[in-house]
Design a protein around this ligand. Structure first.
Ligand code: ADP
Ligand code: SF4
Length: 680
């Protein structure tokens, strides 16, 4: 198919200083939990993006010195020449597909504890570092500033040696020394690097100039700047110092990459932000510079991209998450296959890899992070190994992905779903407050299988074991999901709570299906992800009196890893949800519940008309049990195997499809990246 001419503008080359981007699709720097520890995985992942049409593909933040390192987190490194080959591998993968490779050298200063190198962190002022660790940064003196500038020059020269086309100067996300010097509340210096904005900008200006001088003849120099910290005039703001900084340096860099700060604002989830949420903060930039401008906003709609270009907001469409969810997004637009785009749902499961120090994963794209170690490609899959049929029971994320990928392999697939809609938990959960974009997990797959002649879908089909066997399918896949438990058993309670079988208790599933609670509602969160918090929001918005109880110290605790916790807690507080942290559920009475303090066991009794335990889910395995010994190939996938995230369910469906008919691998089923062992 041919590209819609409306989108031609997206495929125009853009000159960036001495280099030219082949189109306007720009993968901005993003962390991935692979970096220096899993460099081949990282290189392959970036190469796949270039293959998918991203004209520019960048690294994540790349530590430029052992004196500023984030050990624990897995970023790229360019500490000395030894790191060059690692990054060259990534560059070569990108160049092989005609893309430009960019690097984001970073000095984290007061944002890093240096736990590996044990160097004392340094920053503009003598202050505690940002991490909650007993570490202070020391104030940089003139010799430190000289050394700091040299670190950037060395990193730029090494970047050039590695073959990079674009070298960043990074003053963003509230995370780097260059940004810390800009911030009036971090920089209390009285020398020429502190005080007036002009003085605070001095170091950034010098580093841009140094970098240009060092490598600017062949490499473009980009500046990544946080133009708004989203804290009004007390921080850098797009109608205050953010704008003034861009005005001061307007023509100095070859490219402006502008966004909001910190990272939790820049990568806000869809629960709290819409596509294009940064546009109002960054639109001024093109008015004050003639240099190309790139910005982000979880863009997946080509129409929105075109209007950003035509309205003079951006020259390049920046993307981190949309490029993770669909590395082939540009190619699909180019080939007139817009409806095939696998749109990011804005859940930030990708971000958790950085916080938890493991290779990134993605809810929508099960191949993310698996490109090198398993050889999984986001668009290609091996053809079927035999002329066989597969019956999949359950049309949730795991069943849908299995059907899609098996269909792509050429198997004859029947998908039976007992409800009248595909999507399973995604269909249900996407109706909860703020989660409506999660629907895309089902929409993408439903559309894909609707285009496949070898995949038949049956709705309103609750299959019994006998009916399953009547299909005489070569393989039976059960993707029947899970049901929320009501006993209170979970992480903190190993036995059912006394009173769990009373009328007071209502399940999460019942609430999601529209049941109305009576009296004051108590939600007990021993799950720690989004569900309890989102139910509290829903029920409070519907006018119920809601108390949220959790053994953790704060609301929806695991969402620290998706960078939403603060927002979720603030929202619940603002709408009037009563929050009782650090308490376990002890006993359920007719009109009250007893809560036990996590530290003292002291009991407090609170009114409760309806108790909703959000603690664990039970896999639905009845069908599996009934089929035992009656069918030769039956496999449980997704939540009916072990309840988990939607990302895990999609992955399970994909993995089953990849592995069907393939020889089982003994031992570790993927390639590993081991450190080279010293011979002495
Ligand atoms: P997962 O996340 O593993 O995909 P879900 O709970 O989202 O699991 O989806 C499971 C789906 O399976 C639900 O849509 C449910 O209606 C369906 N289902 C469960 N049991 C049966 C059955 N016996 N026959 C057909 N569909 C079923
Ligand atoms: Fe988007 Fe979620 Fe995938 Fe991240 S994990 S890229 S937010 S769909």
């Amino acid at each position: 198919m041919k590209r819609d001419p409306r989108f031609d503008v997206l495929f125009e080359p853009v000159k960036i200083g001495p280099v030219t981007a082949p189109n306007r699709f720009f993968q901005v720097p993003h962390c991935n939990g692979m970096g220096h520890q899993y460099p081949s995985s990282m290189a392959e992942m970036r190469g796949v993006k270039a293959e998918g049409g991203w004209g520019v593909v960048n690294t994540e933040e790349c530590e430029i010195s052992h004196t500023s390192e984030l050990s624990g987190a897995i970023e790229s490194r360019l500490w000395d020449d030894d790191d060059i080959p690692v990054l060259r591998k990534m560059v070569d993968k990108i160049h092989a597909h005609g893309g430009l490779a960019g690097i984001e050298p970073a000095h984290l200063g007061a944002g890093a504890a240096n736990n590996y190198s044990r160097e004392v962190p340094m920053g503009p002022a003598a202050r505690p570092i940002d991490l909650l660790e007993p570490v202070h940064a020391r104030r940089m003196d003139k010799s430190d500033i000289k050394a700091f500038r040299k670190m950037h020059v060395d990193a730029a020269v090494r970047s050039k040696k590695a073959g990079f086309d674009i070298v960043y100067v990074y003053a963003g996300h509230d995370m780097t020394t260059l940004m810390h010097f800009l911030q009036s509340d971090r920089n209390d210096r009285t020398d020429e690097y502190g005080g007036s904005l002009e003085n605070r900008v001095r170091l950034l200006r010098e580093v841009i100039e140094d970098t240009k001088e060092a490598i600017g003849d062949t490499c473009a120099v980009a500046v990544r700047l946080a133009v708004d910290e989203m804290r009004g005039k007390s921080g850098i703001s797009s109608d205050g110092e953010g704008r003034e900084i861009v005005e001061m340096l307007a023509e100095l860099p070859d490219l402006w990459d502008v966004n909001v700060s910190g990272w939790e604002n820049d990568s806000a989830t869809s629960r709290f932000s819409d596509e294009g949420f940064q546009t109002d903060y960054i639109r001024f930039v093109k008015q004050v510079t003639t240099k190309p401008v790139v910005g982000v906003g979880r863009f997946t709609s080509p129409d929105a991209m075109v209007s950003l270009i035509k309205n003079g907001v951006l020259d390049l469409i920046g993307a981190a998450r949309p490029s993770i969810a669909d590395p082939f997004l540009p190619k699909k637009i180019d080939e007139g296959r817009v409806e095939d785009i696998r749109e990011c749902i804005g859940c930030n499961i990708c971000v958790t890899g950085d916080f938890l120090s493991h290779p990134m994963r993605c809810t929508q794209n099960p191949t993310m992070g698996e490109e090198w170690r398993r050889g999984w490609h986001p668009e290609r899959i091996a053809p079927k190994s035999a002329d066989e049929s597969v019956l999949i029971v359950g049309g949730g994320p795991s069943g849908l992905e299995a059907a899609r990928a098996l269909g792509q392999r050429g198997y004859y697939v029947t998908l039976a779903e007992r409800s009248d809609t595909l999507g399973g938990r995604v269909h249900i959960e996407s109706q909860l407050p703020g989660l409506n974009q999660w629907r895309r997990v089902a929409d993408y797959r439903t559309y894909q299988i609707s285009q496949m002649a070898n995949v038949a879908t049956y709705l309103n089909s609750s299959l019994s074991a006998d009916q399953v066997l009547e299909f005489e399918a070569d393989h039976i896949v059960l993707a029947t999901g899970s049901a929320w438990d009501t006993t209170g058993i979970g992480r903190n309670n190993r036995r059912a709570i006394t009173g769990f079988n009373s009328d007071t208790v209502m399940s999460v599933d019942a609430i999601c299906a529209g049941a109305t609670p009576v009296g004051p509602v108590v939600i007990f969160d021993d799950d720690y992800y989004y569900m309890a918090g989102v139910l509290a929001e829903k029920l409070r918005n519907e006018g119920h009196e809601v108390t949220y109880v959790t053994p953790a110290a704060d609301v929806s605790h695991w969402t620290h890893n998706t960078m939403e916790q603060t927002r979720i807690q603030a929202r619940l507080m603002e709408i009037g949800v009563r929050i009782i942290p650090l308490h376990n559920l002890a006993t359920i009475h007719a009109d009250s519940v007893d809560l036990a303090c996590m530290y003292t066991d002291r009991i407090q009794r609170i009114q409760c008309g309806t108790l909703i335990p959000v603690a664990m889910r039970n896999p639905r395995q009845t069908l599996f049990a009934e089929l035992q010994g009656r069918a030769k190939s039956v496999t449980l996938i997704g939540d009916c195997n072990a309840p988990g995230t939607i990302a895990a369910a999609v992955y399970a469906g994909h993995r089953f499809a990849r592995e069907l008919g393939e020889e089982a691998v003994e031992g570790v089923p993927f390639r590993r990246e081991l450190p080279a062992l010293s011979l002495d």
